[in-house]
Design a protein around this ligand. Sequence first.
Ligand code: CU
Length: 141
Amino acid sequence: MRVVNRINLLALCVVTLLVVIGCGKKEKPKGRVFFSEPKDGAEIKGPVKVVMVVEGMEVKPAGAVVEGTGHHHILINKDFIPQGQVIATDDAHRHFGKGETEAVLDLPPGNYKLTLQFADGLHLSYGKDFSATINIKVASK
Ligand SMILES: [Cu+2]
């Protein structure tokens, strides 16, 4: 009898778990990007090491457009790029087209707004949902 009860309990747990997982999937956001380094508001001396994270997509070097993949960009003192718009290539728009997730930015002392922007293989932005902005201060050495 005890064994049967345990099996019933186990079955109930499995069903509950499946329902929870099933519901969770529907509510799961598409994904996001963020800097795991530096933290928003950080004050940094010297070169700025950045660590870029994406969730819900895969990092892939630039080139072909593959659904669900892309590469990171850091926009310096710029806002996110609207979805579908191509990201410029200049000093204020850095591409990490080799699929890098870490970089070192050599920034002169001052206050900076850094926007992380994920975009597809042809550098077309994934928009606001796949951007994150932090403010940092680079202190004089
Ligand atoms: Cu790019």
